[in-house]
Design a protein around this ligand. Structure first.
Ligand code: ATP
Length: 251
């Protein structure tokens, strides 16, 4: 599988639709300060499912939308799509048969982000998983932005492990394991809650059984249940609940 093209539209400094062709052998982007190199790398991380606005150098995710210049008005939508060539059919299992895959992320002011794979809306997690299965992603060490080379050299062994895992093509498995662990934790929490509810219900049941016994004893002795109004020897009306109002009593 090969990344072929990134298309930006309304993303950061790229107000108009801009195509970046990723030709064979491209390994980096150089250019003068402020020309938008980091914005391109960020667009790649963003379409791969980045969730941190801070790592996009913004205070909220909507900050990635073109916010206008002195001669161009701001936009309401930002869109980034990445085209992947799958002619070798070695992509993730569910897309194996497709020759071409396009992953797109769109953010609209006040509406949040949406992800699409080949124009079909998917969950953020599906897009993240797609890239994890390709051994890359928003936090992949294979994408090196300014200042990160030093960080990689001095990285902790656990962080270096991520590089080796990616090289071994098992990043996708790690994401799946993490998801499975989250689901397991959620199931355990539900189980604990269900157990707590069961204990509460058992307590209530014991209480009701006790009340029923007392009511039966009362009926044997008096011929009717407590709270029943008897008319001509026949129970007519049952007062089911009697409320007391502590505040009213105080007065
Ligand atoms: P440097 O080498 O200095 O880090 P760079 O080439 O990496 O620069 P970027 O940081 O990618 O450049 O781009 C910076 C430019 O993008 C700035 O001019 C900034 O005003 C512009 N920019 C960032 N976000 C937005 C936005 N939401 N709307 C419009 N312009 C933006």
């Amino acid at each position: 599988m090969e990344f072929k093209k990134i298309q930006l539209n309304g993303f950061k400094s790229f107000a108009e639709k801009t195509n970046f062709l990723i030709e064979h052998g491209l390994t980096g982007i150089v250019g003068p300060n402020g020309c938008g190199k980091s914005n391109i790398v960020e667009s790649l991380r963003w379409v791969m499912g980045e969730t941190s606005a801070k790592s996009m150098r913004g205070s909220g995710m909507e900050d990635v939308i073109f916010n206008g210049t002195s001669n161009k008005s701001s936009k309401n939508i930002a869109e980034v799509s990445i085209s992947v060539d799958n002619a070798s059919h070695d992509g993730p299992m569910q897309y194996k048969d497709l020759d071409h895959i396009e992953v797109r992320r769109k953010i609209e002011k006040d509406k949040g982000s949406k992800f699409y794979i080949n124009d079909k809306e998917v969950r953020a997690r599906d897009a993240q998983m797609f890239f994890a299965d390709l051994s890359t992603g928003a936090h992949s060490p294979s994408m090196i932005s300014q200042g990160r080379i030093g960080a990689l050299v001095t990285a902790k062994p656990t962080d270096r492990r991520a590089i080796l895992e990616e090289a071994a093509n098992i990043s996708g498995l790690h994401v799946r394991r993490h998801e499975a662990e989250l689901r397991l934790n959620a199931a355990e929490t539900n189980l604990k809650r269900a157990d707590e509810l069961r204990r509460q219900q058992e307590k209530q049941l014991a209480n009701l059984q006790k009340q029923a016994e007392e009511a039966t004893k009362y009926k044997v002795k008096h011929g009717h249940y407590p709270g029943e109004v008897v008319w001509n020897g026949v129970p007519r009306l049952t007062i089911l609940a009697m409320a007391t109002f502590p505040n009213a009593q105080k007065k």
